[in-house]
Ligand binder design. Sequence first.
Ligand SMILES: Nc1ncnc2c1ncn2[C@@H]1O[C@H](COP(=O)(O)OP(=O)(O)O)[C@@H](O)[C@H]1O
Ligand SMILES: O=C(OP(=O)(O)O)[C@H](O)COP(=O)(O)O
Length: 412
Amino acid sequence: MKNLDDLLAEGVAGRRVLVRADLNVPLDGETITDDGRVRASVPTLRRLTEAGARVVVTAHLGRPKGEPDPKFSLAPVAARLGELLGTEVALAADVVGESAKAVVGALTDGGVALLENIRFDPRETSKDAAERESLAEDLAALVGSGGAFVSDGFGVVHRKQASVYDVAKKLPHYAGGLVLAEVEVLRKLTEDLARPYVVVLGGAKVSDKLGVIANLLTKVDRLLVGGGMAYTFLRAQGHEVGQSLLQEDQLDQVRGFLAKAEELGVELVLPVDVLAAKEFAANAEHEVVPTDAIPADRMGLDIGPRSRELFASKLADAATVFWNGPMGVFEFEAFSGGTRAVAQALVDSNAFTVVGGGDSAAAVRQLGLPEDGFSHISTGGGASLEYLEGKELPGVTVLKLDPASGSSVLEG
Ligand SMILES: Nc1ncnc2c1ncn2[C@@H]1O[C@H](COP(=O)(O)OP(=O)(O)O)[C@@H](O)[C@H]1O
Ligand SMILES: O=C(OP(=O)(O)O)[C@H](O)COP(=O)(O)O
C-alpha cells in the first residue's frame, strides 16, 4: 500500500490531488461546535500544498438525503479549513458539476478547493456499484490525468461509498497520514492487548453499531453500554423504556448478545438508573428513575448517578479501554453528567485509553477534559469499532489494490 510519503517522493507540484477527508463536524446552525476533525485533516493537506499540489478535498457532512440541502452545506467547514491552513479554500457550489469544474480549474499550485457535501449526490451512498462507480469516475475526471487520490478520512473508511472506496480504483491511490496514524494506534488494541479490556459503547447510531457487538464480545472482558444504545438492551431484558431511543427490529439480536455474553463469561454492564425527561430539549423537565421504572411518557437522556458510579467502578481496574458514544445527550448541559463521569474515569485510570468518534471526541473537549488525559483520541467511531471487531475497512483495503491489476480483486 502506497502512502503520502510515496506520493510526495514522486512529486506533486502542479498535479491535482483528490483528498477524501472526514470533515463531519458537529454544527449548531452554521457554527462548528468542535473543529477536531478539521484540525486532524490539516497536516496531510499542508504537506500537499507545501509541495505545490493543487488539492481538491471531498467530504461529507451529516446524512442528507442524496440531494442538496443548505442545512448540510460544507460552507462553515470551508471557512474554518481556510483559517487553519492560512489560505482561502474555495468551496464549489456542487459536487462534480459546473461549479466544481470551474473551482478546480482555477486552482493554482499550493491551492485548496473543497467540493460541496459529497452526499448531496445520491450515487455516493448507492448500494448499486455501477452508480457509485459513475460518481467515482466523475471525481477522477475532476483531477484528470496525472491526478492522484489520497484517502485521509479515517472516520469514514468503514463505508463502501464512492468517494471512499470506488474512487480508489480510478486513480493512483495513497493512504494519508491520518489514516496511517489511526490504524497504527488501533492495531495496538488488537495485538499485545493488556487485560482487563473494557469497551464502553453509547451514542445514537444504534442500528449501525449494534452490529459490531457480536464480534467484540469474543474479544473483551467487560462491555459497558450506555447512551442511546442502552435502551434496546434494557427493553430486551424486559424493561419498559418509554419514549427512549429504541431499535425494536434488533431486539432479538440483542437478546442473542445477552445470551452470548453470559456464555463467554463477558461482563455486560447496563445502566441501573437514568435521567428521564419529558421532551428532547436542553431545559426539559426530568428526574432520576431506576431503569425498571421509566415512565411511558419519558425518554432517557442520560445515565443516572448510580450508573455513573457503577461505570466508573467497572473502569477503575481496566488495563485497556476503548470508548465510543456519549452516555447521554451531552450537548445539553443537564444531560452531560454521564458522559463527563465516564470521560473522567478514563482520565483517572492507568489504562491505555482510546476514545473514538466525532461526537465522543467533541464531548471530551467540550466538557473541558484534558486531551492528554487519554492515550489516543480517534477521529473515527464506527470505523474504529469495525477495525476492533476484526472487520476489513473497505476504504483501507482498496488502497492495497495495485491500480494496474484492475478492480476485479475487490468486487463484491
Ligand atoms: N439517550 C440518548 N438519547 C438520544 N441521543 C443520545 C442519547 N445518548 C447519546 N445520544 C446522542 O448520541 C450522539 C452521538 O452518537 P454517535 O454518533 O453514535 O457517537 P460518535 O460520533 O462519537 O461515534 C450525540 O449527539 C448524543 O446527543
Ligand atoms: O461521524 C462519523 O462516524 P462516527 O459517528 O462513527 O464517528 C463519520 O463521519 C461517518 O459518518 P456516517 O456514520 O454518517 O457514515
